[in-house]
Design a protein. Sequence first.
Length: 349
Amino acid sequence: MRSSGIGGYRRAPTFSKVTGVNQVYRTFPGLTLAAALATVASALAVAVPLAGAPVLALACGAVLGGRVARSDRFGPGLDWARQHLLGVAIVLMGLGLPLDAVLTVGRETAVVLLGTLGVAAVTAVVVGRLLALHRESTVLIAAGSAICGASAIAAATAVLKPDRERVAYALGTIFVFNIAAVLVYPPLGRLLGMSERAFGLWAGTAVNDTSSVLAAGIAFGPAAASFAVIVKLVRSLMIVPLCLGLHLSARRAAPSAPRAPLWRSVPLFVVLFAAASIVAGIGVPPVGWTDGLTGLSTWLVAAVLAAIGTSLTWRRLRAAGPRPLLFGAVLTVTLAVSALGLQYATGWR
């Protein structure tokens, strides 16, 4: 049985529903543990920026093992974190994406960004079917590869409510190709004689997580780094249509199910994410708060993934086999080649 919370994970059957002071008492230890793991992962991410706090938090949780998630002491709070914190993190992410600030870059790079996303979507459908991947794995890896790494996987997770093992494997796949991109893109960009802005567009379009986009940009040059991050922010806005599309697809897949009005079927966090982006564009909150809000959003995503990590088993992850990794490799190469081809076709050199 799956929960109806934003995180969308199965609730542990041994935990009864509690309210008020008793609920705070029951959930406090688990929430504190998730927060501690997220904090440790954030500190480690400073030393290992290629990994990023969310992936490191998942690893920290996995090290603790499933017994923690099933325990009466920590289980309820970890379960609550998985269900409710993702939506808050996604909304805060919107406050770091001021709509007016990214629209100009969006207009300049629209052909490359949208063209690459279209190619990635077609490739994901075709290759996912050829490899006989589960739909959840296909969507999660494709979203992480084509849009925004761990953040896009978190947003898709909030709609799909997938199995935890598939979330973990998708994150692991994205992590592997993030590292590969950071190592390969800068020397390849120099070999191709790209300008810093052209390389920034390429990295911002084809590299997954923001931390890896920034690392690749810095390795190429300061102008490349700043432009790559702006392009990446524009690309992150695709989280909104992604979630709407997934939600409407779920409605079509169950035509006999009772249907609420369309406006009611849109996930609340998607609406709030879009509203937060608009609010950020009019200067509320102040520009100086942007980095802090983005950092808080990343920290909350890390806390959720730490909670997910405590319930994973390596046996189940190994059972996924090599196909998701192969799928991620095909998508990574497709994104890199299609983005580069579209850039050269539109004069971005």
